[in-house]
Design a protein around this ligand. Structure first.
Ligand SMILES: C[S@@+](CC[C@H](N)C(=O)[O-])C[C@H]1O[C@@H](n2cnc3c(N)ncnc32)[C@H](O)[C@@H]1O
Length: 335
């Protein structure tokens, strides 16, 4: 943890001002310690573990969602699922998409406070930090976040919190840009997650949210079938093995789609086909995609119209809409 992260904390248990009791530090990074309230020293402090302050409750950290994503990202960080990409995207592709979707550039990010809501393995979070915003903060509930941060903490403008999007305990209106891709639909109350993130945005700041769209997906259909047979009660290890099998079985179908797209250019222009051609054939990507669909407890889908309505209700103007599934960029109105 870095000292500058204190400015973002607004914890119901800890009235400000805050101080940090350092137990272990390395190169200016607080690895282990506690955040205490100076004005209420008897209140239970916030623990800092492996450089990450824990703002979320134990019940959230122990939830099925945190466990399945902890398993997914832990396996990914160990290189057990996918090699050089994430869901088939390279880091360069993810950063390009981030800049396009947020209408930002290296220059425009300078001096900004950026939040990645549900940062997963924090590889994109660290990639954005390297573009040079003043502060880049990632939040997530799964404990693979500790391991993720362990590889990235030298980045001086990067900090991670273990923190529940539904109740973030972060300072309202403290970020110029909030990015949350593929996250709120995995919470029990996506609209509440949306509103909590929207609160973190400064007036005139921007927020980009991406959620699953309502279109048909064969992988999601398989999840629906497996749920009838008790998918939700299977361990993450069993689900992962099943995903390895499904990935091997479906790879020939992906090659067939790729061949058809090569032979029939109009077919290649369909958004789903494009997506399959670009990503699904890469080593390990299918395994990751299968696991990401089958393992999370919650997996809601939304139409573009619903997401746009949420933005409008939260006081945002829509300033960008993106093609595949549902990604919307909004700008918060002044005051
Ligand atoms: C599909 S991953 C997306 C990760 C990353 N945003 C990306 O684009 O790769 C969803 C992430 O949301 C996190 N998540 C789910 N529920 C959350 C919550 N209530 N608060 C914070 N993070 C949450 C999970 O732990 C997981 O890392």
């Amino acid at each position: 943890m870095k000292q500058w992260m204190l400015q973002f904390i607004s914890h119901e248990r800890l009235p400000p001002p805050h101080d940090i009791i350092v137990e272990k530090q390395k190169d200016g990074e607080i690895i282990d310690g506690r955040i205490v309230s100076v004005s209420a020293p008897d209140t239970t402090p916030v623990t800092i573990r492996m450089g990450v302050p824990i703002l979320a409750d134990d019940s959230v950290i122990d939830s099925d969602t945190a466990k399945s994503f902890g398993f997914e990202w832990g396996s990914h960080l160990e290189g057990k699922i996918e090699d050089e990409s994430r869901f088939g995207y390279s880091l360069e592709q993810e950063i390009d998409y981030f800049l396009t979707a947020t209408k930002e550039s290296r220059e425009s990010l300078a001096g900004k406070m950026v939040l990645d809501g549900g940062c997963g393995p924090a590889s994109l979070t660290a990639g954005i930090a390297k573009l040079g915003p003043q502060h880049m903060v990632g939040i997530d509930i799964n404990t693979a976040t500790f391991e993720a941060y362990h590889h990235q903490y030298e980045q001086k403008n990067l900090g991670l919190f273990l923190c529940n999007i539904l109740d973030p305990q972060l300072q309202p209106e403290s970020f110029d840009l909030v990015w949350s891709s593929g996250v709120i639909h995995h919470t029990p109350d996506p609209k509440a997650g949306f509103d909590a993130l929207a609160k973190c945005v400064k007036p005139e700041g921007k927020m980009y949210i991406w959620v699953y769209g309502t279109h048909f997906s064969p992988i999601v259909a398989m999840r629906d079938i497996l749920e009838i047979f008790g998918l939700r009660s299977w361990s993450n290890g069993v689900v992962m093995n099943l995903c390895r099998l499904f990935a091997a079985l479906t790879l020939p179908a992906v090659w067939l789609v790729q061949l058809l797209a090569f032979c029939l250019p109009p077919f290649a222009n369909i958004a789903t086909v494009k997506n399959i051609c670009e990503r699904w054939g890469k080593k390990g990507a299918l395994r990751m995609i299968w696991f990401d669909v089958l393992s999370p407890k919650y997996r809601y889908k939304y139409s573009r119209a619903t997401l746009k309505q949420w933005f409008t209700e939260a006081g945002f103007e829509i300033i960008g809409e993106y093609d595949y599934q549902t990604g919307i960029l909004g700008q918060k109105r002044k005051g």
